[in-house]
Design a binder for this molecule. Structure first.
Ligand code: BGP
Length: 473
């Protein structure tokens, strides 16, 4: 039997600083690793950058106005560390803090709950140069200081804090696949940097508790459940491995303060285990979050991968359907095609039931409320001459996922809210501006990048109704 959404359900939407703000060097902002990384030829689709992005820095009032008109209940955004502390470590830039204060005040004035992400991948370049960013334990202290400044400044105004956005993505892409900054391809360095990020996450939550900051805090994790290709036992085992290495490997640390035994054993045997210092586990144990932030786009399907099997795959960053090549870890699993689901033009499996399965798995293993911090469809959109955008495919995608959430709530899982990705169109890290996610279309012609006019898509009007009817689509 379907139960209704809770009365205080947070119907939201999300963005991240680098993807929307622009104003790369304005008002004292320091550069981040993304500002620099995109300058390396061949790293992003057609060398697109976030230098101007969708100019949210100057147009936040207009954007909040659109949210207010839509009836949005929550807006998740991230703070750019290098706007607040330009070199990551030293002087605080009041103008940077003021920008976020203005944005928060503007949201609150329209009864929109701000959900603030402390870190969405843009570590200050100065810290990268100084001590290799996430590879040095010094970052734990610097990240905690930066976060504490935000906690103290916005205490009482902000009720939801997200620590690290998709630690699994920024560490694996940054240090193992080389596709995000700092562009390293070294599994040993990946596991080390990831462990340090775990400690930084726990340290920030510990500070939050000690300072008795109001509200709830938790990480946002990129998770989609894994399916086995079929009931062949070795494919089932591969699915089990994938869950252990790509999901429990992070979420267990957040909630239980320790790595899964199986994964640690494998890392030790392969000389990849991170350096664990005295006191690390004690700190991790203090990092238990209030909720699990879930970023869900797709499920994944795997099969057995022999010891001499595939490793590196190829991402589709062009929007050319079918150009993905699945990768894997020899001896553990490899990605494979799921013949039962539709795919986007970027080859992402469309699977609302996967959201339900994923949330049920999180609920039963971690017993924490879930805040869906991202979910959405990246597609090409067409701006019609009359200024309309008929994104029926996006409405279909979101509608099916909203239904899956209601079913999951009816299964007994506690879900605090739902943030779609994204509010306005924005920069997709590696895919340029053509992969659009927003309710609000941003006209970003190559030669006319200062204009950046906003248009409401059909999905904007659809979501307005969903909010009005508390989830009845
Ligand atoms: C998540 C990120 C977002 C966003 C989204 C869509 O991993 O947290 O910042 O970009 O994915 O991904 P993409 O832009 O690659 O399509």
């Amino acid at each position: 039997k379907l139960v209704p959404f809770p009365e205080d359900f947070l119907w939201g939407s999300a963005s991240a600083a680098y993807q929307v703000e622009g104003a790369m060097e304005e008002d004292g902002k320091g550069l981040s690793v993304w500002d620099e990384f995109v300058k390396i030829p061949g790293k992003t689709f057609k060398e697109t950058t976030g230098e101007v992005a969708v100019d949210h820095y100057h147009r936040y009032k207009e954007d909040v106005q659109l949210m207010a008109e839509q009836g949005l209940k929550a807006y998740r955004f991230s703070v750019a560390w290098s706007r607040v502390i330009p070199d990551g470590h030293g002087e605080v830039n009041e103008a940077g803090l003021q920008f976020y204060e203005n944005l928060i005040d503007e949201l609150l004035a329209h009864n929109i709950e701000p959900i603030v992400t402390l870190y969405h991948w843009d570590i200050p370049q100065a810290l990268q140069d100084k001590y290799k960013g996430w590879e040095s334990r010094q970052v734990i202290e610097d990240f905690t200081r930066y976060s504490t400044i935000l906690f103290e400044r916005f205490n009482g105004k902000v009720n939801y804090w997200v620590t690290l956005n998709e630690q699994n993505v920024f560490t694996s892409h940054g240090y193992m696949m080389g596709s995000h900054p700092p562009g390293v391809k070294d599994p040993k360095r990946f596991y080390e940097a990831n462990h340090i990020a775990n400690l930084a996450n726990a340290s920030v939550i510990k500070a939050f508790r000690e300072l008795e900051i109001k509200g709830k805090i938790g990480p946002s994790f990129a998770y989609g459940p894994t399916y086995a290709l079929d009931s062949k036992p070795e494919n089932q085992l591969a699915a089990d491995n994938n869950e252990t290495f790509n999901a429990h490997f992070w979420m267990d640390v957040y909630v239980f303060g320790k790595y899964p035994k199986l994964a640690m054993k494998w890392l030790e045997e392969n000389n990849l285990a991170p350096t664990i210092e005295e006191g690390d586990y004690a700190l991790l144990a203090e990092g238990k979050p209030d909720f699990m932030g879930l970023n869900y786009y797709r499920s994944s399907t795997v099969e057995h991968n022999p010891l001499d099997g595939v490793s590196e795959g190829k991402m589709n960053t062009t929007g050319e359907k079918g150009s993905t090549e699945a990768g894997g870890v020899p001896g553990l699993y490899k990605g494979t095609d799921n013949p039962f689901v539709e795919k986007t033009n970027w080859d992402w499996d469309i699977d609302p039931t996967g959201l339900r399965i994923g949330m049920r798995r999180i609920d039963s293993r971690y017993e924490l409320p879930i805040l869906i911090t991202e979910n959405g469809l990246g597609e090409y959109d067409t701006l019609e001459e009359d200024g309309s955008i008929h994104d029926t495919y996006r409405i279909d995608y979101l509608k099916a996922h909203v239904k899956a959430i209601q079913e999951t709530i009816s299964d007994g899982v506690e879900v605090l809210g739902y943030c779609t990705w994204s509010y306005t169109d924005l920069l997709s890290w590696l895919n340029g501006y053509q992969k659009r996610y927003g309710f609000v279309y941003v006209d970003r012609e190559e030669n006319d990048e200062k204009e950046l006019k906003r248009y409401k898509k059909d999905s904007y009007h659809w979501y307005k109704k969903v909010i009005e009817n508390n989830g009845v689509t």
